[in-house]
Design a protein around this ligand. Structure first.
Ligand SMILES: [Ca+2]
Length: 341
């Protein structure tokens, strides 16, 4: 999970953190700033022992600031990188076979999770595969250090101070500082949740009463399913299907006119929503059975003559996890491969 996806959570976090003590002047020393953060966490009920072990010897990590500043800005408006090579790299044999292994290893859990949350096992597994290669690559940054550094540096202070305080609350549930490692931007565990997302949506999948997304595959899978249900996944609907488009069909003529409130550059590439029945009347044919009343948007990322897809509202749920067409398409296509479609 990248920093962009959790917009809903961030917006809520930004609003809840008005002019609290964590909003210090940016010229404050790291130690002085950390005192303010710590005081705020204490005021929100985090125990003294947790604060001590999570802040012992804490110094800023300048590598984290560099990584934050290296983030690419808005892509050039004139073009998008092609999708096909991205898919070839990200939905490769290793990720497909790893996904099939994970899917069969966790088949019991996935069946139970699908029953409870209504999200297909292959979608959950595909998210796991894209986030951490099925748990192999979870990130090694000390989360307390990384988030405190970014909060102190100040460019996105509200976001990162909120996440640091949320991390203290996660630690207070009995996780060691050594367990609480992750990406430089604060995403952690098998599903790469941010701490605030963990507090809101992490859940127990193996019945031991703890939502241990760092160490338990079952907990991670149940937590991803909970995220998807919360984001509005519609049970029984695919994420999208390949579609054939008549020769000379001008997809651009059906471009959406709606300006998306978040990640506009992602949504502006999709067509207007029409029912599958309306698309069929225009000659656009889904390659798998789809009810005529399902709403879908048409997406032909690499231009005329290249593959096209009809995407349902469930595609937008994948975008909530990480707002990128490249990410969402590769999750959907990997899920199809895992399920043998
Ligand atoms: Ca558990």
């Amino acid at each position: 999970m990248k920093i962009q996806p959790m917009f809903a959570a961030f917006a809520a976090a930004l609003m809840s953190l008005s002019a609290g003590p964590a909003q210090a002047q940016s010229d404050m020393s790291f130690d002085a700033y950390l005192q303010l953060l710590t005081a705020q966490a204490r005021a929100e009920g985090v125990s003294e022992s947790t604060l001590q072990r999570m802040t012992a010897g804490l110094q800023p990590n300048y590598r984290v600031i560099e990584l934050d500043q290296d983030q690419p800005g808005s892509p050039n408006r004139s073009g998008y990188p092609p999708l096909a090579p991205y898919i070839a790299r990200h939905v490769d044999n290793a990720r497909i076979s790893g996904g099939r292994d994970a899917f069969s290893r966790y088949s019991g859990t996935l069946r139970a999770v699908e029953q409870e949350y209504g999200v297909p096992g292959e979608i959950i597994t595909a998210i796991w595969g894209h986030e951490t290669a099925y748990g192999a690559v979870k990130g090694g940054f000390d989360l307390s250090q990384a988030l405190a550094t970014l909060a102190w540096e100040g460019r996105r202070r509200e976001l990162f101070s909120t996440e640091w305080i949320a991390l203290m609350k996660v630690a207070d549930k009995g996780y060691s500082r050594n367990e609480l490692k992750g990406s430089w931007a604060g995403a952690f565990g098998n599903p790469q949740f941010l701490p605030s997302v963990y507090l809101r949506l992490a859940t127990d999948g193996n019945g031991d009463g703890r939502a241990d997304i760092m160490n338990s595959g079952a907990d991670a899978l149940a937590s991803i399913a909970n995220y998807f249900r919360d984001a509005g996944w519609r049970t029984g609907q695919p994420w999208g299907v390949r579609a054939s488009v008549p020769a000379g069909f001008n997809v651009a003529a059906y471009r959406t006119e709606i300006n998306a409130p978040i990640c506009e550059r992602v949504h502006e590439r999709h067509s207007v929503y029409k029912t599958i029945g309306e698309w069929r009347e225009l000659g656009v044919q889904p390659q798998r059975a789809m009810p005529n009343d399902t709403l879908a948007t048409l997406f032909q990322p690499d231009g005329p003559g290249s593959p096209a897809w009809l995407l349902t509202s469930n595609y937008r749920v994948i975008l909530e996890y990480n707002c990128s067409n490249y990410y969402a398409m590769s999750v959907g296509l990997l899920a199809d491969e895992i399920a043998g479609r």
